[in-house]
Ligand binder design. Structure first.
Ligand SMILES: *Cc1c(COP(=O)(O)O)cnc(C)c1O
Length: 432
């Protein structure tokens, strides 16, 4: 059977299953092992030289994780995937596999806060410069690319404003400069809402902690290789050149279109060590089986909540990418299938104190920094994700004291509306 011909909903269940496994087990087995026995010394040597594929040590591969990686690669239509222990480690390994000291990458200004910190502080200390584009226009990226640029990085839909990147146009800028476009597709929900490979991206990273896991039970990140980039253009000697870590092996010659994802595993993961546990990979596989069903429900609930909040007297403004007045509405329609987003932002009437009272009065929605969970999450950026920012920076980021981010869960949205209604009353935001 050709998995690639199956539809998304079928792939999310069947890809990665080993039907020849001799127990007949329907479920994917969890392999709680650190290492694997070699058949012979020659066998061990072949595994270590990468001339034969196989399990060596769980930092590099684990059968449960392999099944999960195969499922992710199938969902995205990539040539391979690598599972990591968090979204942040996926970003770090993707970038350090491409850029070295003295080189740079060009990034969108709309970034997840953790990514921004990794770029501005940790990568800088490693000697990799991250140039942040002045705006989201593809020309803003083109303007700051030079001969030392090794990738463009953007988010398909940005945290926290739900701004959408013009993927097709940014991919053209990357292509004309001979560098890959890396897209953080966390909001694209494992490829169900958005698949950046359809628009010319070469590499996807995704925080599996969010929609892929879907139940808030484990951390994880993935890198997916689209297999569409020419690594032989002279800019990537660590991929197309002798590898010091493998006696001069050339990844591009040995692995062709999969060279990047192989390098991420055998150099990046081997050396940085952010491997997932077999149990966490199992939780991701379980989450993936219902990905499309969950996301469809969450997208629909988000629209219902957005409509309830729009025009509500306790609300100053709703920012929802499904509404035509949202600045990214047109791009969301182009790049996001099956509805716009499972996240919205709402600015309440009142002040900081009434917003705190509202958040603390919620009984179903949880106050956490999380998205894509089966529980509805309300986040108060001024008290959490953006707490460290100065008043000026808060203003620039569009974060006001009464702004809340809502990520819809799997509850009946009518119960979430009732929860909001009682919390508005307790906060003193509706008085009659
Ligand atoms: C959460 C998130 C990350 C980081 O992923 P972790 O799994 O928390 O390490 C990166 N990018 C985006 C867009 C995210 O939402």
């Amino acid at each position: 059977m050709n998995i690639k011909k199956l539809r998304f909903e079928t792939r999310q269940i069947h890809a990665g299953l080993n039907k020849n496994e001799n127990t007949g087990s329907r479920g994917v087995a969890i392999y709680p092992t650190a290492a694997y026995r070699f058949n012979t010394c020659d066998h061990a040597a072949r595994l270590f030289e990468l001339t034969e594929a196989g399990n060596i040590y769980t930092r590099l591969q684990n059968p449960t994780t392999t099944a999960y990686e195969e499922r992710i690669a199938a969902l995205y239509g990539g040539v391979g995937a690598l599972a990591l222990s968090s979204g942040m480690s996926a970003i770090l390994i993707a970038i350090t596999s491409l850029a070295s000291q003295g080189e740079n990458i060009v990034a969108s200004p709309l970034l997840y806060g953790g990514t921004y910190n990794q770029f501005r502080h940790t990568l800088r200390r490693l000697g990799i410069e991250v140039r942040i584009a002045k705006g989201e226009d593809p020309a803003d990226f083109a303007e700051i690319i030079d001969e030392n640029t090794r990738a463009i990085f953007c988010e398909s839909m940005g945290n926290p404003t739900c701004g959408v990147a013009d993927l097709e146009e940014i991919a053209k800028v990357a292509k004309s400069n001979g560098i890959p476009l890396i897209v953080d597709n966390t909001f694209g929900a494992g490829g169900y809402l958005c698949n950046p490979f359809d628009w010319g991206a070469s590499i996807v990273v995704d925080s599996a902690t969010k929609w892929i896991n879907g139940h808030g039970t484990a951390m994880g990140g993935i890198i997916v290789d689209g297999g569409n980039f020419n690594w032989g253009n002279g800019k990537y000697p660590a991929i197309d050149g002798p590898s010091e870590g493998y006696h001069g092996l050339n990844f591009y010659e040995a692995f062709g279109q999969s060279a990047f994802i192989v390098k991420c595993r055998v150099d990046g993961l081997r050396d940085l060590g952010a491997c997932p546990s077999a149990f966490d990979s199992y939780l991701m596989l379980l989450g993936l089986e219902t990905l499309s069903l969950r996301v469809r429900h969450q997208v629909e609930s988000t629209r219902i909540l957005a409509e309830y909040l729009r025009g509500h007297r306790a609300v100053k403004k709703v920012s929802y990418v499904g509404f035509p007045e949202h600045p990214s509405h047109r791009l969301a329609e182009k790049y996001f299938r099956h509805g716009a987003s499972a996240v919205l932002n709402v600015e309440l009437q009142g002040d900081t104190d009434s917003t705190v009272r509202f958040v603390e009065a919620l009984e179903l929605a949880a106050h956490m920094t999380m998205i894509g969970d089966s529980i509805t999450v309300v986040t108060h950026p001024a008290y959490t994700t953006h707490k460290q920012l100065s008043a000026d920076d808060l203003k620039a980021a569009g974060v006001t004291p009464t702004l809340l981010r809502v990520s819809l869960g799997l509850e009946d949205p009518r119960d979430i509306i009732d929860d909001f209604e009682q919390a508005f009353a307790k906060a003193g935001l509706i008085t009659d």
